[in-house]
Design a protein around this ligand. Sequence first.
Ligand SMILES: C[S@@+](CC[C@H](N)C(=O)[O-])C[C@H]1O[C@@H](n2cnc3c(N)ncnc32)[C@H](O)[C@@H]1O
Length: 561
Amino acid sequence: MSESSLIDSVQDTAVVEWVIRNVPTWLNKKDLAKALEREGIHFVCLKKLHGWDYSFISFCSEEDAKEAKLVFANQKIKGFQFELEQARNVNKKRKHTEYLQKVDERIKQVKYSMIKEESGNILKRSVADVVAPWRHYSYAEQIRRKRSAILAVLAKVTSSLKSQTESGSLTWLKSLKKRPCCNLESLIDMPEEEGARLFYRNKNEFTIGFSYKDDGTPIETVGFALGLFREGEIRVDSVNDECVTTSKRAIAIANILEVFIRSSQLRAYDKRTHKGFWRQVIVREGFRTKEVLVLLQVQTEGFERNLIDEETRRMVDFLVSSCQSNELEVHGVVLQEHNGVSNFIPTDKSPCTLFGQTYFHEKLMDLTFRIGSLSFFQTNTFAAERLLDVILELGELTSHSTVLDLCCGTGTIGMCLASKVAQVIGIELVEEAVNDAKVNMERNNIQNMTVLAGKVEDKLKAAIHLCRSSQIVAIADPPRAGLHPSVIKTLRNVVKIKRLIYISCNPANFVGNAVGLCRPKSNAFRGEPFRPIRAIGVDMFPYTEHVELVTLFHRIESDTK
Ligand SMILES: C[S@@+](CC[C@H](N)C(=O)[O-])C[C@H]1O[C@@H](n2cnc3c(N)ncnc32)[C@H](O)[C@@H]1O
C-alpha cells in the first residue's frame, strides 16, 4: 500500500493527521497504542505495519496533537525519542461531518456491546468507579499496592541504568542486581478524615453533558464522564457522596448547577456535534479558608451575546443564592469561553469574572497562598503539608543553601522553605501562577525568593546565574510528563548542585529522568552523575492508583562512583 493511500484510509476517520517518526520497526500497532495511552495521549487511530519506522496517527483536534508533541519532546517512549510531523498529501480541511459519522458509528457499536453485556461490568460502572476506582479496596490494601508499584519503579531505574551502562561503570549499581535503586523508607498514609483520606480534592473538574433515561431521552447532567469519548462512551453521570475523592462542597455545587442547567435556555455541549453551550465546571476551594472559586467553561459559537449574558447572569444568581441557602459561600465565579474541540482548559486564555474574585486562598504551613483559577495547587491540602515535611527532611537545608524550585506553580514549596535557607529561585511556565507567586511572596513577607516566568528548559541557566551560594539544592516538581531531557543535562552540568529532590506524581515517567541523572558521564551528559539515596512516598490520592514519590539524589564525587 502506498503512503498516500494509507494516509487516505487514516484520513477517513479523523480530522487531524500526523506521522510519528523514530518508531522501532518491530513495535506493533497494539503495543504502540498501549504505550501512547499510558502517557495520556488522546488519538483516534493508528496505522503501523511491521517493518515501518513510522506510524500514522490521527487526532480529534490540533490541541490533542500539540499535547502529544509535548509528551514526545519531554520523554522517550519505549526507549525511543518519537517525533511528530504533519502527514504529507493530506487535505487537512477534511469535512468534519465525515468524522462525526464515524464517531456515531463507534458509539452505536459500543452501546450495542453494553446492551449485550447487561450483567457484566460496563453497565455497572458507576460515577464513583470513575473518580475513586480503588474504593472497594481497604486502605491497607491500597497502601500495599502503591508500595509495590513504587518498588517496581525504583527497580526499573536499576534495570534501565544497567541496560544502558557498561558493566562496572557505576560502582554503586553493581551490588543491586534487580533490586530497587534506593531504599523506599516509607509511604506516608492519610488519616481517615474528611479532607485527608476522604472527600479530599480541593480541585474538582466536572463534565457538563448528558445522561440518558431508559427510553433514550437525554437529560442535562453535571458530573463525570463514565468513560472515554474516543472509545464511544458519551454518558455523564451526576456526582454523589459515593465519590469519596470529591469534596463535599464541590458535590453540592455540581448538583446545584445541574438543577440550573436543566432549566437553562442554553443546552449542554454535545461532544459529537460540537453544539451546545455549557461544557465544564471546575470547583476549587481552600479547605482551611473555606473560600470557593467556580470556573465555568462554555462554547459560544452561534449564540447571541445578549442570550449568553442573560443566561450566565441567571446562572450566577441561582448558584450564589442556592449556595447561601445551603450554608455554602461562593467567593468567585469566572467564565472561560472555549470553542475548540479538545476539552482541556487552556492556561493561556484568561477567564472573565462574572462574580466576586478570580482567585481563592489556601493556607499551608502557616502561610497563605492566593491561587488563580488557572494556577496549579496541590489537590490534597492535608497531604501537601506531609509532602513539605518530607522535602524538609530530605533537603538537609542550611542557612547557606540556595533552593532552585523548578516548576514552582504559585510558589508553595519554595516559600515554605524560604525561612530555612539563604535564597530561593523558582521557575514556572504559567503566567497567572507566576503573578500569584509574586503576590504570595509579598503577602507572606518573603524577601529572599525570586520567580522567573517561562519554561524550565529556557530559564534554568538564567536561574543558576542568580544563585549566590555554592550549596544549591534543586527541587523538581514537574508535571506528569517529567522534565525535558535538556533540563536533566543542564542539572548534570552544574557542579554546584550537589543534591536534588525529585517529586514525581507519575512515577512511571520518573524512570527516564532518573536514568538521565544517574547514567555515567558521556558527551551528552557531561557532569558527574547523581545517585538515588532515599525515597519516600506520600499517598496524596487515596482511593486511586496514583501516588507521589519523592526521591533524594546526591551527586557522586568522582572517586567514589
Ligand atoms: C506538579 S505542578 C507543581 C507546582 C508546585 N511545585 C506546587 O507544589 O504547587 C507542576 C507545575 O509545573 C508547571 N510547568 C509545566 N511545564 C513546565 C515547564 N516546561 N517549565 C516550567 N514550569 C512548567 C505547571 O504549570 C505546574 O505549575
